[in-house]
Write a protein that binds this ligand. Structure first.
Ligand SMILES: Nc1nc2c(ncn2[C@@H]2O[C@H](COP(=O)(O)OP(=O)(O)OP(=O)(O)O)[C@@H](O)[C@H]2O)c(=O)[nH]1
Ligand SMILES: [Mg+2]
Length: 331
């Protein structure tokens, strides 16, 4: 067992960019043990003044869309510009159905070897789509450690994009050409949240099809309702494999950042995210307190059985449990 690091050790280590201590702080934040979580909270609290500076970008797309490959290439390009890059990634070990099972274990083979890069696989793996209940803390800790860019890989579509949109500033959605009409519904959902759509795998024989897909998405994005006064979602074509189009993709991410900063929307979005974070934690703690309450525990099995049998309504069941918890829900 490694000796337990103190808050001072962790704060100083993260301030100096120590990746091992950064990783430990994230592990503490994710821990189910209250004393670990408390320590992580203290550390993050002290580091908060150092946060806020990174470009926080979500990279999402269906399984096998090429997210990890693209992040590996993009990360290398950003490192070449002198940037430090952190990646919160979907755990590759649980990645069986999506991409190639034969792919390198980390799926980011080049970035993983770089001293100015930090890759954090998310323990939730595919089940959680890569966004865990402590991804936000992990992101902020990376920022405090001096990473200029934090990329969050998540598997689409649906709830995961909503979760990742709550912690990043810019959401890049990777799509594939010729994926068929069955994706129309997903496409519409994507358009609601995407800041940048990147048609990926535009290489070899696939280039022409990607061009057509790009035009289609551009048309669809043009018709979508505007979410921001300063930014219209844009579409571009990339190949994570060859690296083609990645500078242009990053240019769009930076333009997006500049537009939102200029209009004040970035700060507003981050304020909303912090409000959401507050309520998320309140609700999480309330639920834990509720489930752990002896009075609730004593009645839970019976109330649940009654609700399942239909002898009482779910609303009546909830009222009974809340009364056991000490909340009078009669008014
Ligand atoms: N032709 C081509 N193939 C690619 C490209 N990017 C990724 N691939 C291939 O697509 C497969 C999946 O790539 P990944 O980068 O693991 O995709 P992912 O979206 O991270 O997959 P999951 O994390 O499993 O959801 C691999 O076999 C890659 O080699 C690309 O730009 N062009
Ligand atoms: Mg991946």
């Amino acid at each position: 067992m490694t000796p337990r690091a103190s808050a001072d050790d962790l704060v100083r280590g993260i301030e100096s960019g120590d990746r091992a201590l950064l990783a430990r702080a994230i592990t503490l934040a994710e821990s189910a043990r209250p004393e670990d979580a408390c320590l992580a909270e203290e550390v993050l609290g002290r580091l908060m003044p150092r946060t806020g500076g990174a470009i926080r970008t979500g990279i999402t797309g269906v399984p096998g869309a090429g997210k990890s490959t693209l992040i590996d290439s993009l990360g290398m390009q950003l490192l070449a510009q002198g940037k430090k890059v952190a990646v919160l990634a979907v755990d590759p070990s649980s990645s069986v159905s999506g991409g190639s099972i034969l792919a390198d274990k980390t799926r980011m083979p080049r970035l993983a070897l770089e001293g100015n890069a930090f890759i954090r696989p998310s323990p939730g793996g595919r089940a959680g789509g890569g966004v865990t209940r402590r991804s936000r803390e992990a992101l902020l800790l990376c920022e405090a450690a001096g990473y200029d860019v934090v990329l969050v890989e998540t598997v689409g579509a649906g709830q995961n994009e909503i979760a990742v949109a709550r912690i990043v500033d810019c959401l890049v959605v990777l799509v594939l050409a010729g994926a068929g009409d069955e994706l129309q519904g997903i496409k519409r959902g994507i358009l609601e949240l995407a800041d940048v759509v990147a048609v990926n795998k535009a290489d070899g024989e696939n280039v022409a099809a990607c061009g057509r897909a790009e035009a289609e998405y551009a048309l669809a994005l043009g018709c979508a309702r505007a979410r921001s006064s300063s930014w219209r979602p844009r579409v571009t074509r990339v190949s994570g494999l060859t690296g083609a189009g990645l500078p242009e993709l990053w240019q769009l991410v930076e333009e997006h950042r500049a537009a939102l900063e200029g209009s004040g929307e970035l700060e507003e979005a981050r304020r909303n995210q912090r409000r959401h974070w507050l309520w998320e934690r309140v609700e999480e703690s309330l639920q834990a307190a509720f489930r752990g309450h002896p009075g609730v525990q004593a009645r839970l099995a019976q109330v649940e059985a009654d609700v399942l049998e239909g002898t009482i309504t779910p609303a009546q069941g909830a009222r009974a449990l809340l009364a056991a918890f000490g909340v009078d829900d009669n008014g």
